[in-house]
Design a binder for this molecule. Structure first.
Ligand SMILES: [Zn+2]
Length: 441
């Protein structure tokens, strides 16, 4: 027999005997102390093996007349039934065993199973695809465990917290078939234990994120619901509400939030390429396959003023990316302009020729000064293509930097935007309708 092995086993037994003569420990709590020995064994099995060897040792010492009865008694009451049964046979005395110093005999398979069953219920209620277990322990339990480790200079121990996490996790997967995920779980189970092993379980479901594009085919549709001071809605429909209505019911979610790559004015339509957005579904209780979602979205947004298309699932990290992206990316607008003094084709030609790679200086528009700081910004207009519609109306396509205020580009905002259409035309010009046709990828 390998001597090294016998030496290690001897040391484990010696140490266990010392610990058990002072502290009562159940199989799991004893086995956990020597967790690095015996691959594939549970702490319970390891603890049981140690106690079995101790019983054999007591018997051998007894038959050789080397056993101290007082010592044997201490071991028997602290090691539980495994050693107590030997003691009773050897001395013919009935003795009662003590409760485990760390877990008070609560850390049992039944306990793990009960916690896992409750957790499974919560996971199922939220249709979770994967999970992670988090444990908060009463400090009493942690301190007792530490006390033994420090006292006996033990290094090979696993913590009770880690054992609970692992065993509850394994039990959850075996009971309801949901796998753990240590990096991107769909739900986190927070289990809090008091010093009597009474516990509470909370579930925190991670939100789902979907990338898509929306189009706004009508005007006077706000981005999010817009309430007046009296509490009534200023516009009957918002993109947020349109999306929430469908996603809220598909996912049975508490809250749905849209994160768009910029936004257009309430009275502007969003046509052409549409505008990218990310939809965040908070605390979903139901999950569906991406293709199924795409179909539902396609059907739900048919013939409605807001149209949505979903391309993929995504992560929170991409929200900042699409928002930043929209600030820099160029756009094409279509603006319909009314000129009360009338407009000639030659004047429009001058307008088109002037606005080529032209830098525009804009102070914050008067219409939003109440909400935003008065700043100066510079944006470029790369190209303008205008066409006369009637004596007083023309339409212009404006290809420009993201963030340019197009209405102000037309009417000059009392000189706060320069140069501008009205300035070049030498006439008053009013933007009547505005559409976003293209948001650069
Ligand atoms: Zn225990």
């Amino acid at each position: 027999m390998n001597l090294d092995f016998l030496e290690i086993v001897g040391k484990i037994l010696d140490k266990s005997e010392k610990i058990l003569s002072e502290y009562p420990l159940c199989n799991s709590c004893l086995g956990r102390i020597f967790a690095k020995y015996g691959l594939g064994l549970s702490n319970y099995e390891r603890g049981l093996a140690i106690k079995t060897l101790l019983s054999i040792k007591l018997h051998i010492e007894y038959t050789r007349g080397l056993l101290n009865k007082e010592h044997a008694y201490k071991l028997a009451v602290n090691a539980g039934e495994e050693v107590a049964s030997t003691y009773r046979k050897l001395y013919g005395e009935n003795i009662e065993v003590n409760e485990c110093y760390i877990c008070r005999n609560k850390l049992t398979k039944d306990f793990i199973r009960e916690v896992a069953e409750k957790a499974c219920e919560l996971l199922k209620n939220h249709d979770a695809e994967s999970f992670l277990v988090g444990i908060t322990l009463d400090k009493d339990i942690v301190e007792k465990e530490l006390e033994i480790l420090v006292k006996y200079g033990l290094e090979s121990s696993e913590s009770i917290k880690r054992e609970l996490k692992r065993e509850i996790g394994k039990a959850i997967t075996s009971i309801c078939g949901i796998p753990p995920d240590f990096t991107k779980p769909s739900a986190v189970l927070m289990i809090e234990l008091n010093n009597d092993f009474k516990y509470g379980t909370k579930i925190q479901v991670n939100p789902l994120f979907y990338s898509g594009i929306y189009w706004k085919l009508g005007r006077n549709i706000s981005h999010v619901p817009w309430y007046t001071k009296t509490g009534s809605k200023k516009y009957p429909l918002s993109i947020q509400e349109a999306v929430e209505k469908v996603f809220g019911s598909v996912f049975n979610a508490d809250e749905v939030v849209i994160h768009a790559a910029g936004r257009e004015d309430v009275d502007a339509r969003m046509l052409g390429s549409g505008r990218p957005l990310i939809i965040e579904v908070k605390s979903p209780r139901k999950r569906i396959d991406l293709n199924e979602l795409k179909n539902i979205v396609e059907n739900s947004f048919k013939n409605t003023p807001v149209v949505l298309s979903i391309s993929s699932s995504t992560t929170r990290g991409n929200i900042a990316r699409i928002k930043e992206h929209s600030k820099r990316k160029r756009k094409i607008y279509r603006v319909t302009v009314y000129v009360s003094d009338g407009v000639k084709a030659e004047e429009l030609k001058t307008l088109d020729e002037y606005f080529v790679n032209r830098e525009i200086t804009q102070r914050t528009p008067t219409r939003i000064l109440r909400r935003k700081k008065d700043l100066e910004r510079k944006r470029k207009v790369y190209m303008v293509k205008s066409a006369k519609i009637s004596n007083n109306v023309f339409e212009a396509l404006v290809y420009c930097d993201g963030g340019l205020y197009v209405k102000e580009l037309v009417h000059c905002d009392n000189g706060r935007t320069t140069p501008c259409f009205a300035g070049i035309l030498g006439k008053k010009a009013i933007p009547v309708e505005l559409d976003v046709l293209y948001v650069e990828e």
